[in-house]
Every structure is written in structure tokens, then in C-alpha cells.
Design a protein around this ligand. Structure first.
Ligand SMILES: *[C@@H]1O[C@H](CO)[C@@H](O)[C@H](O)[C@H]1NC(C)=O
Ligand SMILES: *[C@@H]1O[C@H](CO)[C@@H](O)[C@H](O)[C@H]1NC(C)=O
Ligand SMILES: *[C@@H]1O[C@H](CO)[C@@H](O)[C@H](O)[C@H]1NC(C)=O
Length: 673
């Protein structure tokens, strides 16, 4: 697909940048892996280099965390490495799913979010492991793609997952409670104080703004989807009524007018803390109600936003603190893995909650008119906080490369945890924040698209997002303060290459977009995937004796990424090349029709890896023979090498290749169809 035609080229203006060049940008940011991205991602640029670069880096995170489960489709993972608490054999974790689905709603290839939603609502996943906002994320995905049938098909499971939280519902208060660990936020004020300051990894059950906002939003999503489906009026009514009850009780009971903030109340009752007492400090989680549009639009609630601007409160020098410095146990380190620091939520900056705050702030600035007239916070703050968040993605402990990790020291912006599992961690959003907030594409269920950019004119001179697939159309949004970037001054919205609305200022624009079906999803199923290093089929083996079993397995584990960090090395490494041909074989254990493969090789000059000199594919038809009518693409590294041949039905297939002299080959994945 080509980039949309260039627009608005003004005569007499030099240095005009036309519509974004998809080939050049995907090549620039993804190198040999550009073909994966070119038809899948919306393009974006802005006058802020950090926000622009991190936007593309975040698509690399999205791509890297797509795990192919074969017949079970794709899921998104939270960690690149296996961790002890994931749901096996898939490596799924439902705490991050809401973020994954919201990033995925902007992927032009809907397969990823749809496969993932199907999987997460199936009996294969653990939907009760953590608090979650899956139903609302699916609803918000529908707002972008406009495909009702996919979203409404999950209504039955959404309701059962929702209702399972009855076990955490306190009828006397009409609110949900949660253990902070199960909120994926261990060591909060409630969990630490419930131990008298001794620990706080587990325990500390409390009525939190998080779980109640998630259940509020999930209830609204279920009601909206049931209304969309039709013939389900009692479901619509019952879930709307649950939502409105949560909404009024969060405002009645979790708003603390002394702190001017939404805060937890204890559910636990022990010798340190009393049931229903409010906790004794502000936490960043107090903004999650706005992430889900829960609070009423009042001048009083709006005052909560001043805490993210106050350097004595939640505004750390390098990011938003999760707890304020005035808390007695702020930043006290409790938990270690060996001598390495472990995750805590008593002050560190977390991309996870920073994303929620930026989404909440975008909601506030977009559609809380009473609140915004107080002037407590504005787009200049929004843009500054987004840029600050973008800057966290550069890891000072790894020479400033793009490498997002778990949590950060608010004073330095350096990652705290830094374990083997930490590089390129995916438990947050950025693409969604940029497109729905900074660019302001406010997805909706009706045929009026509101574009309300929150980019601040005080710091942003231009931006353009294009190839955004919205209700089946290609949308572009462009801002140029002077006209020197795109040859057209002001804000404009394009639908399918035509300018349909414009404004001289960064204002909110309404555009009528009638719905058409987006391209159908294609779902090729890989036959080579083996999720765990077992002796089950399909089974990998190699020509080299004594090879590491886990490394051999990782070449058929459904994970493809090319990051250079050795902590997340992914694939089977050959010995250094000496001219000999080596092989990697897959035994399917049954006759299997195969006709093509996607081969992923890694390269890194410092580590001595390169693509092989040459390669070929053989099948075992009683003896090993080269595949016939073969089409071999030239071997590329850090991208996909595609091969196809005349279909053969065989039990075994192998790839043979010769590493370049003095170089190793890392076979990241040998994916066979
Ligand atoms: C909390 O514990 C105290 C002391 O044991 C007890 O008096 C009180 O009734 C308990 N409250 C609740 C709600 O269980
Ligand atoms: C807010 O919470 C604190 C406890 O942390 C409590 O002392 C105060 O009374 C609460 N304010 C209101 C208005 O309930
Ligand atoms: C724009 O559309 C939104 C949502 O449909 C609506 O609430 C708003 O009134 C519209 N604004 C204008 C100026 O038409």
C-alpha cells in the first residue's frame, strides 16, 4: 500500500513535506522488519522528536510481544521472557490486557486484537488473576474499527467475568475491594500500612479507585454492547444500573475532600488498620476514575489535577510518583530478587499508571467543560507530561537506548528493577495516548468523528498522523502552525485522502464519517509452533550436538523479536561459521502439508551474529529432498525471510544454512505454514 497522496502543497513555499512516506518511515524505524509494519501501523510525526521516536518504538514493542499460539491465534505478552506467574503454556497475563487491546485498536490489522480478545475470554486464560478492564477495552476497540459483530460476540463471557467479581463486592458499601497485588500494584499505602510498615507485598485489601473504575467501565461496555446487539434490554438496564451505582458510591465514599483526591479505604481490618478508614495519603491511582470517565464534571473534582503539577505531591522531576513523598514509607525498598530491587508502588514512576493518568487527563481536557474552566490544568501540561513519559523510554543504564522497563526512580528517570525479564516491558500504552489524546482522534460509536488535539501550541509546531484506519476509512490529522512543514497552515482532517474539515487553530473539529467495513481479517495458522520446551510434537532439533534445549525450542515458540539485549536473547545460536552447512529440523509427529515458511534471523555486529551465507529448505519424504518449485527470498537479518514451494505432505522439515565465515547465526524463528 502506498501512502495517501500528498496534500496541500502550497505554491511558493519551500521545504514542503508531503503526506508521510510509509516506505521511508518504516525503513527508518524498523529496517529489515519494515514489511511487517508497513500496512499495519498508522504513521505519525511531530515537531517533538522524543514523542515521534517513541511512537515507532512502541510499535516495535507491540510487534515483539505478539506471540503466535498457532491454532489459538495471537496474544500479547507482558514480558518477553517467561515469568513464574504467567498463565502457561501461553504466557498470558490479564493485568496488561487492557493496555494491549487499546494499543492494538490502532493496528490496521485487526487480527491481533481480535485473536487476543477471543483467547482472553476463553477457558485457556486466567481471567481472574488480576483486576482488569478488558470489556471496556474491547468496546473502545469497537469505537475505532466499527465492527459490531466482533465486539458483541463476547458478551456472554464478558458478563461471567464481570459477575465473578461479586466475590470482591461489599454489599454494605456497594463497592468492590481488591488486594493491591491483585491490582498488579504491590506495596501501596494500604498494603504497607496493613502490616504496620513491615512489608506490603500481599494483603492490604482495600476499596480502590482502580477496581471500581474498571468495573464501572466494564459495566458500561457490557450495557453498550448489549444495546448494540439488540434484544437484550434487561442486560442493558441491569449493567447500566450497576455502573451508575458504582459511580455514585465512588464519588460518595472514595472522594476525600481533605486530600482533594480519590483515595482507597481499607477493607482489611486488623491491628494496624480499620475497615473503612481512608488511607493516609494520595496515590496516582486516584486519577483512574477519569481514565474511565467516571467522575461528574464538577469544579471540586477538577482540583484533583493540581497534584500532578505540584513537585511536593505527585509531580516527580522525571515522572509521576505513584505515592507522594510525604508518605512515611515513600520509596522504602522492601522487596529484592537476590540483591536486585523488585517492583513496588510506594513512589516509583510506573508507565502503567502514567498511561492511565494521561488517558484520564485527555478525557478531562476533552469533555469536562466545567472542570476545565477552573484552569487547573491544560494542554501545555498534557504535552509536557507526555514528553516526560516519552523520555522515560530511553534507558540511561543501557547508554540511553530505547528500552522501556517496569518502574523508574522519580528523581532520576532511571529504571529501578532491571532484571533479566525487564527489557521492552509491555504493561502500558503510548500509541493510544498519542492518537486519542495528543492527535485527539476521539473514537465514537456514532458517525461523527470528533478530532480534538491536545498537543499544545506552545511547544508543538507541527504533527501529522495518517493511515489511521477508522470505521473502515483512512483518516489523517495534520497540524502546521506556520505552513512551513506541510505547506498548509492550521489543522486539517482528511478522510480517504480528502480534506473534510479544517481550522486555523488547534480546535475541536467534527467530521461525519459513514461506516464501511474494514478489510476482512486473514488468519494463516502456523503449524510449527510449540509453546513449551517439551518432548511433544512439533519438536525442534539441530545438527549440532549438545545444543541448549531451551534455545532450540525458542526457534519454534511463536515469538519473533530482534532486540539486541542479551537478557532477552531469543532463538537458537549456531557455532561460529567455518563453511559447514548446519540444520534446524522440525518433526511434526504426523503428516503435515507445508508450502511456505517465514524465517527470522538475527544480526548484531558486536555480538558476531549475521544472516547466513545461503540457506535452503528440505522435507523428508523417506529421504531428505530439497523442496520443489521453491522461491527463496534473499536471507535478511532482523526481519522476515519468506520462502514458498510446492506443497508437500511430510512429517519432517528442515532449514539448512551456512553461517558466514567467522559469524554465528541466530535462528529466531522457523515458522512453517
Ligand atoms: C474490626 O476489628 C475490630 C477489633 O477487632 C472490631 O471491633 C470491629 O468490629 C471490626 N470491624 C469490622 C467491620 O469487622
Ligand atoms: C481524608 O482522609 C484522612 C485519612 O487519611 C482523614 O483523616 C480525613 O478525615 C479524610 N477526610 C474526609 C473529609 O473524610
Ligand atoms: C461534535 O460532536 C459531538 C459528539 O457527537 C457533539 O457532542 C458536539 O456537540 C458536536 N460539536 C459540534 C460543534 O457540532
Amino acid at each position: 500500500m502506498k501512502a495517501p497522496i500528498a496534500l496541500g502543497i502550497a505554491i511558493g513555499v519551500s521545504q514542503v513535506q508531503a503526506a508521510l512516506d510509509a516506505e521511508a518511515l518504516t525503513q527508518q524505524y524498523f529496517g529489515n522488519d519494515a514489511p511487517w509494519y508497513i500496512d499495519r501501523i498508522p504513521l505519525f510525526e511531530s515537531s517533538d522528536a522524543d514523542i515521534t521516536k517513541v511512537y515507532y518504538y512502541r510499535w516495535s514493542i507491540f510487534r515483539a510481544h505478539q506471540r503466535d499460539l498457532g491454532a489459538n491465534g495471537f496474544i500479547s505478552t507482558e514480558f518477553l521472557n517467561n515469568v513464574g506467574w504467567q498463565t502457561n503454556p501461553w504466557a498470558s497475563l490479564n493485568d496488561a490486557t487492557g493496555f494491549h487491546l487499546l494499543e492494538g485498536r490502532w493496528c490496521r490489522d485487526r487480527r491481533f486484537k481480535e485473536d487476543y480478545a477471543t483467547f482472553m475470554y476463553s477457558s485457556n486464560s486466567n481471567t481472574r488473576q488480576y483486576s482488569e478492564s478488558m470489556a471496556t477495552s474491547i468496546w473502545q476497540g469497537y469505537l475505532v474499527d466499527g465492527v459490531a459483530s466482533d465486539a458483541t460476540s463476547r458478551l456472554i463471557s464478558m458478563q461471567s467475568v464481570y459477575n465473578a467479581w461479586d466475590d470482591s463486592y461489599d454489599k454494605s458499601k456497594s463497592l468492590y475491594w481488591v488486594e493491591p497485588l491483585r491490582d498488579a500494584t504491590e506495596y501501596t499505602i494500604s498494603s504497607i500500612d496493613a502490616t504496620g510498615g513491615a512489608d506490603g507485598f500481599t494483603g492490604g485489601n482495600s476499596f480502590r479507585p482502580s477496581i471500581n473504575s474498571y468495573q464501572y467501565a466494564n459495566a458500561k461496555a457490557i450495557a453498550n454492547l448489549a444495546a448494540l446487539k439488540g434484544g437484550m434490554q434487561s442486560t442493558v438496564d441491569s449493567f447500566n444500573s450497576k455502573a451508575s451505582s458504582i459511580r455514585s458510591n465512588v464519588q460518595k465514599s472514595l472522594w476525600n475532600s481533605t486530600f482533594v483526591h480519590f483515595i482507597d479505604r481499607f477493607q482489611v481490618n486488623n491491628s494496624y488498620v480499620r475497615y473503612w478508614d481512608p488511607i493516609r495519603g494520595r496515590e496516582l491511582v486516584g486519577y483512574v476514575p477519569w481514565t474511565h470517565d467516571l467522575p461528574d464534571d464538577t469544579a471540586a473534582y477538577a482540583q484533583a489535577w493540581k497534584h500532578v503539577l505540584n513537585s511536593n505531591e505527585l509531580a516527580g522531576p522525571h515522572g509521576l510518583r505513584t505515592v507522594e513523598p510525604s508518605y512515611q514509607y515513600f520509596m522504602r525498598q522492601y522487596r529484592y530478587e537476590g540483591s536486585n530491587l523488585e517492583c513496588q508502588w510506594n513512589g516509583p514512576v510506573w508507565p502503567y499508571q502514567t498511561t492511565q493518568v494521561l488517558t484520564g487527563l485527555a478525557n478531562f481536557l476533552d469533555h469536562y467543560p466545567t472542570g476545565t474552566t477552573t484552569g487547573v490544568i491544560g494542554t501545555a501540561d498534557y504535552t509536557r507530561l507526555l514528553k516526560q513519559y516519552a523520555q522515560l523510554h530511553y534507558n540511561p543504564k543501557r547508554g540511553g537506548v530505547l528500552d522501556l522497563q517496569e518502574d523508574y526512580h522519580p528523581d532520576t528517570g532511571a529504571p529501578i528493577v532491571g532484571l533479566k525479564r525487564s527489557p521492552h516491558y509491555f504493561h502500558s500504552g503510548f500509541v493510544d495516548v498519542v492518537l486519542s489524546g495528543f492527535v485527539g482522534i476521539r473514537a465514537s460509536a456514532n458517525d461523527v468523528l470528533v478530532v480534538n488535539p491536545l498537543a499544545s501550541t506552545s511547544s508543538i509546531t507541527y504533527f501529522r498522523a495518517d493511515r489511521v484506519l477508522y470505521h473502515g476509512h483512512d483518516i489523517a490529522v495534520q497540524w502546521d502552525a506556520t505552513g512551513s512543514r506541510y505547506g498548509q497552515k492550521g489543522l486539517q482532517v482528511e478522510v480517504d485522502g480528502k480534506v473534510v474539515a479544517s481550522s486555523p487553530n488547534l480546535a475541536s473539529l467534527n467530521v461525519t464519517v459513514s461506516r464501511v467495513s474494514p478489510p476482512a481479517i486473514t488468519r494463516p495458522i502456523a503449524k510449527s509452533i510449540q509453546l513449551q520446551a517439551t518432548t511433544a510434537y512439533p519438536k525442534g532439533s539441530v545438527s549440532v550436538s549438545g545444543a541448549d534445549t531451551n534455545a532450540v525450542h525458542s526457534a519454534i515458540d511463536g515469538r519473533i523479536f530482534f532486540y539486541p539485549e542479551t537478557d532477552v536473547a531469543n532463538g537458537w545460536d549456531t557455532p561460529t561459521g567455518n563453511g559447514n552447512e548446519l540444520w534446524f529440523q522440525i518433526d511434526f509427529g504426523a503428516s503435515t502439508a507445508v508450502s511456505r515458511a517465514e524465517i527470522a534471523f538475527f544480526a548484531n555486529a558486536d555480538q558476531g551474529f549475521d544472516a547466513p551465507d545461503k540457506y535452503r529448505v528440505q522435507v523428508n519424504t523417506g529421504s531428505w529432498v530439497d523442496v520443489s518449485s521453491e522461491k527463496y527470498a534473499a536471507a535478511v537479518a532482523n526481519g522476515i525471510t519468506a520462502v514458498s514451494w510446492n506443497s508437500a505432505t511430510v512429517n519432517q522439515i528442515r532449514i539448512l544454512f551456512t553461517p558466514k565465515s567467522g559469524k554465528k547465526v541466530r535462528l529466531v524463528e522457523f515458522k512453517v505454514y
